[in-house]
Write a protein that binds this ligand. Structure first.
Ligand code: NIG
Ligand code: FE
Length: 416
């Protein structure tokens, strides 16, 4: 048993399905509540008097002193590109000097530069890279993250990346949900016959990843100049035939019909959406798709355009937040940073942002019944903030607000 006491407040959304519209901002803030965990689950949330009445003094239970802080659900980061090798700081410098992300990609840099270094790395090296990033995630309060392949782009290298994700997850408290993103880019050896690469994904890479149990989702970079909506549909349908549920990079730089495709395919998420059209928002609104927004990408690419978060909430589309952690367009593992951007750049309230970074993110991974809120029955994945209330999560920016992280009922990290 673990008793978390001496808290200023517990702040959490509630439920196991995506919160949309006005519900997105419905966060319960329980002043002075305690949280009791047993066997990895939350079994009680409420005032100390009630805990004493129901459970007594609990002399045997381990204790985590909240020190007047705020307890929130562990962050769920539903869109990352974790298993890569190499760095791209020269491209970063080129962007600072005025080159655009797309210009760098067109000159053979960008994703393809990371593909080259990732192909050269061994599975052990990649596992080490993933583990280092997971340490950062944990330090910033992430307890579950999605992780995509997509820098291998051959059968062997995509599976190598997925195995690195599995190996890293086996030896780290952070849980990883693996996604096959073989359709991240057309590799150099297939530039003259891109159809063959789509065939390779559908006929070989998807079946092999599914057969080996290495992926839960199939993703596509549906974007002008990368994969068209029709190519994306082929890949995602092949994934679905093999039990990999669809999610997609949609309308990041240009409206590519990605949102509409996500709605048609019943994807769990449509991600990015910086350039989503009104028709795309309408299509999402009538579907079960969660919009996963990645304001870190707009920020890091120095774009004026951010995804239309307020219009998505107003249309009743559930909104989630993610880091997009990758070496090119958003090099961060920090969900608190993303929450700051969501509040200051996307125009979400702190309550809407919390829901987006926890429960809605969990739902976009199909895990809403297990994680994402502080309620009896849910997995005890919790973050103690060194903050007197939830607002400080955005108000005090640029610092790490995480005082401790509880993963499955155990203290997995404590700041000094
Ligand atoms: O989500 N959009 C495509 N993929 C990543 C960028 C990957 C990279 O630059 O290496 C993204 O932004
Ligand atoms: Fe991405």
């Amino acid at each position: 048993m673990l008793l978390i006491h001496n808290l200023a407040e517990v702040a959490t959304p509630r439920g196991s399905t995506p919160r949309r519209g006005a519900e997105q901002g419905q966060v319960y803030r329980l002043r002075g509540a305690e949280v009791l965990c047993q066997d990895g689950r939350i079994i009680f949330v409420g005032p100390p008097e009630e805990r004493l009445r129901l459970w007594g003094e609990l002399p045997e239970a381990a204790r985590l002193d909240g020190r007047g802080g705020t307890l929130i659900p562990g962050f769920v980061d539903p869109h990352t590109h974790l298993p890569w090798a190499g760095t791209r700081e020269e491209e970063f410098a080129a962007r600072l000097a005025g080159k655009t992300y797309q210009e760098i990609a067109a000159a053979g840099g960008g994703i393809l530069s990371t593909v080259a270094s990732t192909r050269r790395a061994s599975e052990e090296e990649l596992t080490g890279c993933v583990l280092r990033r997971m340490d950062q995630m944990l330090a910033w309060g992430t307890t579950t993250a999605e992780a995509k392949s997509g820098y291998g782009l051959t059968l062997g290298d995509e599976l190598k990346q997925l195995r690195a994700i599995r190996r890293a997850a086996e030896s780290h408290p952070v849980d990883l949900v693996p996604t096959l993103l073989a359709a991240h880019e057309v590799p150099p050896e297939h530039r003259q016959d891109r159809g063959r690469y789509v065939d390779l994904i559908c006929n070989e890479i998807v079946p092999a990843a599914a057969e080996a149990g290495l992926a839960r989702f199939c993703d596509v970079f549906c974007e002008r100049g990368v994969f068209s909506a029709e190519e994306s549909r082929r890949v995602l349908e092949a994934g679905a035939r093999h039990g990999l549920a669809p999610r997609l990079h949609a309308d990041e730089f240009a409206d590519s019909g990605g949102a509409e495709l996500a709605a048609q395919l019943g994807a769990l998420s449509a991600d990015h959406l910086m350039a989503v059209s009104d028709a795309g928002i309408e299509a999402l609104a009538g579907s079960g798709v969660t919009a996963v927004l990645l304001p870190g990408t707009s920020f890091f690419l120095m774009k004026k355009a951010y995804a239309p978060a307020r219009r998505l909430v107003a249309a009743g589309v559930p909104v989630a937040l993610a880091t997009d952690c990758n070496p090119g367009s958003s090099h961060t593992e920090s969900m608190p940073m993303i929450v700051v951007l969501a509040v200051l750049q996307l125009g979400l309230t702190i309550e809407e942002s919390l829901t987006a970074a926890t429960l809605n993110a969990a739902c976009s991974l199909g895990l809403g019944a297990e994680i994402g809120s502080i309620e009896p029955g849910k997995c005890a994945d919790l973050v103690l903030l060194d903050a007197p209330n939830l607002l400080h999560l955005a108000y005090h920016y640029g610092i790490n607000p995480v005082a401790a992280v509880v993963k499955e009922g155990r203290v997995a990290r404590r700041a000094v």
